[in-house]
Design a protein around this ligand. Structure first.
Ligand code: HAM
Length: 427
């Protein structure tokens, strides 16, 4: 075989690409109903942004970044997530402070992580997400969760599980880290090399370890909930009460710590097992952060956001029959009789395309019966035949593929006639 795609990447073709556009359009439209504005940060950033923003104890930064030196000797990284880059964009473009907070932004595009590819896990994948920055209100968290929930509902996903937890404020996390250090002190020697390092940099990360023998040890570790300050408890209760009032179902999961270092207070994940029983992992996740903007050189501004994995979303929607996989049917298929008629056929096709119809034409010099077969295969509603005679008379033959009715129409009247036939069908 010749050159193939890079491991962990995937080609998105035809009907599947339409599915991605559809899902991304639904998400963008709903984000704009919630008064979020679109931003498009670059894919390449200075590596330091992610080390400072996402955190050096996270697996994403330690093991999964596509980092390289460019020809000018700069260490650059293909973004492994959006949030740090969005904060850089906000700080650098002085989008804060503004008269009314929060600043609400949404984004969509490819991200890169050097992970082991498996079901729902790629090395290049797409994220859609939002960040609401500059207001500490617990209702900003609720707004963001309800936006994500509205998107999932609008796409038709009914049985979404929202797992939610609080990591508390800085004081809560400091107290919890100290308790974890104490607990793991005489156990860490027997744990994996990663956990030994996590113990030094951020013992919270040990809770995420996937090594079975380490997970056994983790089971008996102190629980986060015992170390949450009163203020953080109150804030979390306000979030939960508000979700309840809005009929947004959730499950409090006090083992949920999230894998990125910037979170504090509310964290959450969206889970969904498709009707086929496929579990693609979390289809989206997010949370609140306090220090990220400051870390990147900006003012003290808290924020909250989430990102969906678009591949995972499209996969569950396909599994549950909520997306059409087929290519969209044609409005018209233009069939030139002989090579000499192709130029005129193309002009006719284009005229209908600019009127907003989906039109294709035949480039092969084949029999009319063959072209009709092709029109049927493409589910064309109309066939348009154009030959020497029609060119001379400045007309075409228009055949309604459903009723089989066939008429000759002048080029001048073609647009109106197509409108008439397709409108009648409710197109
Ligand atoms: P994350 O949990 O690392 O959070 O990723 C968000 C989502 O991206 C996941 O829930 C999953 O659906 C998808 N995802 C992650 N890794 C892969 C992969 N290898 N292949 C396919 N999909 C994947 C973040 O990235 C945070 N920036 C979210 C956030 C925004 N927090 C606050 N604001």
């Amino acid at each position: 075989m010749g050159i193939i795609n890079v491991k962990g990447t995937h080609d998105i073709i035809g009907g599947e690409a339409e599915n991605y556009s559809y899902v991304e359009n639904v998400m963008s439209q709903i984000a704009s109903f919630f008064a979020f504005k679109q931003v498009r940060p670059p894919v390449l950033e200075h590596s330091e942004l992610f080390v400072r923003g996402v955190g050096e104890s996270s697996d994403v930064v330690r093991k999964e970044m596509y980092t390289f030196d460019d020809k000018g000797g700069r260490s650059l990284t293909l973004r492994p997530e959006f949030t740090a880059g969005i904060m850089r964009l906000i700080v650098q473009n002085k989008l804060l402070p503004i008269s009314e907070l929060p600043l609400k932004l949404y984004y969509c595009g490819p991200v890169f992580r050097y992970e082991r590819p498996q079901l729902g896990r790629y090395r290049q994948f797409n994220q859609f997400g939002v960040e609401s920055v500059g207001h500490a209100s617990p209702y900003a968290d609720v707004e963001v969760i309800s936006l994500a929930y509205t998107i999932l509902q609008s796409l038709g996903l009914q049985n979404v599980t929202i797992k939610i937890n609080t990591l508390g404020d800085e004081a809560s996390r400091d107290a919890y880290r100290a308790a974890l250090k104490d607990f793991f002190k005489d156990k860490v020697e027997n744990m994996c090399e990663d956990c030994k390092m996590r113990y030094q940099i951020n013992p919270l990360r040990i809770l995420d370890c996937k090594v079975p023998s380490d997970q056994e040890i983790v089971k008996d570790a102190p629980k986060m909930s015992a170390y949450i300050s009163e203020a953080s408890q109150k804030r979390f209760s306000q979030v939960l009460e508000s979700l309840k009032a809005m009929d947004i179902p959730y499950e409090v999961d006090d083992t949920l710590v999230r894998g990125l270092d910037y979170y504090s207070e509310t964290v959450f994940e969206f889970h969904y097992v498709s009707n086929k029983g496929n579990d693609y992992g979390a289809i989206g996740a997010g949370g609140h952060y306090d220090k990220l903007v400051h870390e990147i050189g900006g003012p003290d501004a808290p924020g909250v956001g989430f990102s969906f994995g678009v591949e995972r979303l499209v996969s569950v929607l396909c599994d549950d029959g909520l997306l059409e996989q087929a290519d969209l049917p044609l409005d018209a298929y233009v069939m030139p009789l002989g090579i000499e008629s192709q130029k005129n056929a193309l002009m006719v096709a284009n005229e209908l395309r600019v009127l907003g119809y989906r039109v294709d034409m035949c480039y092969d010099d084949v029999k009319l019966s063959n072209m009709f077969k092709r029109a049927e295969k493409k589910q064309a509603k109309l066939a348009i035949i154009i030959g020497e005679e029609e060119i001379k008379n400045e007309a075409v033959v228009l055949k309604n593929m459903e009723t089989k009715e066939q008429i000759t129409v002048s080029l001048e009247d073609l647009g109106n006639k197509v409108d008439e036939i397709l409108m009648e069908k409710g197109e």
